[in-house]
Design a protein around this ligand. Structure first.
Ligand code: NAG
Ligand code: NAG
Length: 381
């Protein structure tokens, strides 16, 4: 209303307005006809979209919670068919823009790397230490599971340029699935998806990226200080080398080609993905499984073979896992089980569910391949 009443036309006499309206209407009609003539394809695409495409879009929205990917849809294609390619912006980033001036001049810097941390306010000093190990070539995203966001800006200057996403009591993989879609983070060459309880005294992010590029690692993690505990042999930091890709112990039970957890393995606490690998891993993350357990064993499917060449541990930039059980306190006491135990049990359950989904999906997929292929025995034994 305010804007309308400020318009100068409202002060003119009413018949003036009538003439103006008529002229505008006539012009609009003529323009519409012209437009229709020049871009007939624009008008027919929607109508001519095949029935099954529209149908499957509807289905995919309804069933979006199920794990099985809908095979016959390509929503992005359906949409692109309606738009002329020149106007489509299919990718985004986390760059902050101004509200004024020329958009072309908004960005002084376009960071090529992305670092995300899932945090609670209690761990702010540790996160502050982490963020200081990441140069301004990184965009910083914080996922807050405790709802406390504004306090960070009071304490840390860097926080004002960070992206804060606040949703109560969710896990790192829940946030990643919802806010780090590959098209949203397409600008970033490498993506760090890290926990909040990592000690980074011996870590520098720029140097880490340098090593990851040098050794062709699509998926990686920094080595873990063996003094402070680790779960898997392979993630243990080794001295005097830059990178390792296989365990050096218990090689008798490791298969050939080496497989997780002997090789092609990083843990889910501090993974780093290349853009390509992340595009695949994002799809691998199940919508309903929030803890990410078992994901580490499946990551190798997201790089090209030989997978054990593309996944590795960076030894010369290493971290300390402090084992702060922050998520446990986000659980709920139920049936006599402590909150901590309930969360733990769910982790184990998810691991089982995830493994069997992968196994079944592969079985089904290979079966279809066999049906389609005339020489089927050679593909998979
Ligand atoms: C940021 O990246 C540029 C280009 O790769 C590089 O020259 C510069 O040294 C990096 N900044 C820091 C602080 O390392
Ligand atoms: C492919 O494999 C399936 C199952 O092992 C078998 O039943 C089928 O006969 C094979 N097809 C050909 C063409 O070899």
């Amino acid at each position: 209303m305010g804007i309308l009443s400020r318009s100068p036309t409202s002060t003119r006499r009413s018949e003036d307005n009538g003439m103006k309206l008529l002229a505008t209407a006539l012009f609009a009609i003529a323009f519409g006809i012209l437009l229709g003539l020049s871009f007939p394809s624009l008008w027919i695409t929607k109508a001519s979209l095949p029935e099954n495409v529209l149908h499957s879009i509807a289905i995919s929205h309804r069933d979006s919670d199920t794990a099985t990917p809908t095979q016959d849809i390509d929503i992005s294609k359906a949409c692109t068919e309606r738009l002329p390619p020149g106007i489509i912006a299919s990718e985004s980033d986390f760059y902050l823009r101004r509200l004024w001036g020329n958009p072309e001049e908004d960005l002084k810097k376009k960071p090529r790397y992305l670092a995300t941390f899932t945090v609670g306010y209690k761990q702010r000093y540790n996160i502050d230490a982490c963020v200081k190990k990441f140069s301004d070539n990184f965009t910083i995203v914080l996922f807050h599971y405790d709802g406390r966001t504004s306090e960070w800006n009071d304490e840390f200057e860097w926080s004002k340029n960070a992206i804060h996403i606040s949703v109560l009591k969710q896990t790192k993989w829940w946030y990643a699935k919802r806010f780090l879609h590959p098209d949203i983070v397409a600008r970033y060459d490498y993506i760090f998806i890290w926990d909040e309880d990592l000690g980074v005294d011996h870590f520098d992010a720029e140097e880490y990226i340098h090593l990851v590029k040098k050794h062709g690692l699509e998926i990686s993690q920094p080595g873990l200080d063996p003094e402070r505990g680790f779960t898997w042999q392979i993630t243990k930091r080794r001295e005097h080398i830059e990178v390792h890709k296989e365990t050096d112990e218990k090689l008798d039970w490791c298969s050939d080609p080496p497989r997780p957890p002997c090789a092609a393995f990083v843990e889910i606490m501090a993974p780093v993905f290349s853009r390509d690998a992340w595009r695949c891993v994002w799809h691998l993350i199940q919508n309903d499984l929030v803890h990410g357990w078992g994901l580490d064993f499946a990551l190798r499917r997201c790089v090209e073979e030989p997978a054990h060449e593309k996944i590795g541990i960076v030894d010369s930039q290493w971290i300390v896992h402090q084992f702060i059980p922050s998520l446990g306190s986000q659980g709920k006491e139920e049936k006599g089980k402590s909150p901590w135990q309930g969360v733990r049990d769910r982790c184990h359950l998810e691991w089982k569910l995830f493994s069997s989904r992968v196994e079944n999906a592969e079985k089904d997929y290979f079966k279809t391949l066999q049906v389609q292929s005339p020489s089927n025995s050679t593909i998979f034994q």
